[in-house]
Design a protein. Structure first.
Length: 154
């Protein structure tokens, strides 16, 4: 029998001048099929304002095929400091704590910086997939996603 999902305290997530601050936890939504999700703000340690966001979705179902487990966005004026890659690394122990064997990241094929982020964190490119017309991401304008897998096994 599968145990009900429980959020875990992520603890302090800090890397040099970057910290992740948990701002929201979204439980599973059986109506939409959304997975449980941690929402973090990326912040510089010397500043209280957000420099971006990162989400960690906890699910191993086919639902993760298009959005992936990890989604991030760095505000334009803070790009170029590897905050996305560093944030991804900071959430990996939390993914392991939830017993995920690997995490998937999906990237728009035109988003070269995110492809570089995947390479920096050693995620392996697996395939490019077409987003189905009935998927929410398609309705938002996305057509394809490059899928990267990062193994969490030691």
């Amino acid at each position: 029998m599968k145990m009900p999902f429980r959020f875990i305290n992520p603890g302090k997530l800090v890397d040099d001048d970057l910290k992740l601050v948990l701002v929201k936890k979204t439980p599973v939504d059986p109506v939409t099929g959304y997975s449980p999700c941690y929402h973090f703000e990326m912040r510089r340690c010397d500043h209280t304002g957000s420099i971006g966001i990162i989400r960690l979705r906890i699910d191993s179902t086919a639902k993760m095929r298009y959005p992936g487990h990890i989604g991030y966005e760095v505000k334009p004026r803070f790009r170029g400091h590897r905050y996305a890659a560093r944030s991804c690394r900071l959430v990996l122990p939390l993914a392991r704590d939830h017993r995920l064997q690997s995490v998937w990241l999906t990237v728009d094929p035109k988003n070269i910086p995110s492809q570089k982020t995947c390479k920096i964190i050693s995620a392996e490119y697996i395939e490019t997939v077409r987003i189905p017309k009935d998927h929410e991401m398609y309705r938002e304008g996305a057509r394809y996603r490059r899928r990267y897998r990062l193994s969490l096994q030691k």
